[in-house]
Design a protein around this ligand. Structure first.
Ligand code: C2E
Ligand code: MG
Ligand code: MG
Ligand code: MG
Length: 292
């Protein structure tokens, strides 16, 4: 067993561990206790329309509010959750919290979608579509209030199965996005036949865009491709105003990234919205960003 110190001073469990040893067992016990003790919290990151900047939705991102190690990021605990066989349970917790919050926002008149990330292991849970339908119904939420983000990798591993699972999820009326798009080499003909609504262009394509004509051309053609398949394109990892403007120029539909807001607790997102100048076409990205 080895613990690596990160820049935040936390220890990372999972990557590189041998899976044996007392520390490991303690962490597993901690994880089970954390679920019972409600130590998982969601932060939310907005997505905005291009070019106007209106908020179209928020993505829920899980954190573990660890009693002694502080706020842990997904990369510090998700692999452990997987290995412990607790991913379906974590998914249930995240969905419940995200939909509770969606209901609060709906009551405030926000007609936006809340996106939840689903790992491959929770997607193969055959009870998931029905459970999601029940969770929406319990809260009186329309299915369109929820967007499920699945990875391109999941789509590529077992294509027939992935198609079946997505079809069943979409029968609820729930929207589906392909996360980290561009990293998994999925073919166009395959994507065309999948019941999906949105592609989220991986940030490795978005970062280099500003000031690099070839990177920008690649994004432009990918956006055109998404549109030709009837899919919406969302750029993730938008960190600077130049990338925001360039994405708007090439017709990308929505943007998400630190330029607009980092993932924050719901109460902070409400403050961000209140402080933000009203999104109007013609305002520059710089005007729409609130320092965070
Ligand atoms: P993702 O779904 O692709 O989420 C985007 C990640 O990029 C988030 O990291 C977010 O904080 C970060 N990010 C957003 N904008 C920017 C930017 O402008 N620049 C940079 N450098 N990064 C940005 P986070 O919250 O650490 O989440 C990492 C990954 O963990 C997520 O990637 C997702 O795959 C997974 N994850 C998060 N929450 C959940 C969950 O509830 N369930 C599951 N199964 N996976 C989750
Ligand atoms: Mg995501
Ligand atoms: Mg992503
Ligand atoms: Mg990503």
């Amino acid at each position: 067993y080895k613990a690596k110190a990160t820049h935040t001073g936390h220890h990372v469990f999972g990557v590189g561990d041998d899976g044996h040893g007392d520390a490991r067992l303690r962490t597993l016990a901690e994880l089970r206790f954390a679920m019972a003790d409600d130590q998982f919290v969601l932060h939310y990151q907005p997505k905005v329309a291009l070019p106007g900047g209106e908020v179209t939705g928020v993505e829920a991102l899980v954190r573990w509010a660890h009693p002694t190690r502080g706020l842990l990021l997904p990369e510090q605990f998700l692999s452990l959750v997987e290995e412990a066989g607790l991913m379906s349970e974590l998914t249930r917790i995240v969905l419940e919290k995200a939909l509770d919050q969606a209901k609060l926002w709906a009551a405030q008149g926000h007609a936006w979608t809340v996106a939840v990330n689903l790992s491959a292991s929770s997607l193969i849970d055959v009870g998931l579509p029905e459970r999601i339908g029940d969770m929406l119904a319990e809260r009186g939420l329309p299915a369109e209030a929820l967007l499920l983000e699945v990875t391109e990798e999941f789509l590529m591993t077992d294509r027939e199965r992935a198609r079946d699972i997505l079809t069943r999820l979409r029968e609820n009326g729930t929207r589906i996005a392909v996360d980290d798009f561009g990293t998994g080499y999925s073919s166009l003909s395959y994507l065309r036949d999948l019941p999906i609504d949105e592609l989220k262009l991986d940030r490795s394509f978005v970062g280099p865009m500003s000031g690099d004509a070839r990177a920008a051309a690649l994004v432009a053609s990918t956006v055109g491709l998404a549109h030709s398949l009837g899919l919406r394109m969302v750029a993730e990892g938008v960190e600077d105003a130049a990338a925001f403007d360039e994405l708007a120029r090439v017709g990308c539909d929505q943007a998400q990234g630190f330029l607009l807001s980092r993932p924050v607790p719901a109460a902070e997102l409400d403050l961000w919205l209140a402080e933000r100048p009203r999104a109007v076409a013609g305002l520059s990205a710089r005007d729409l960003a609130v320092s965070n």
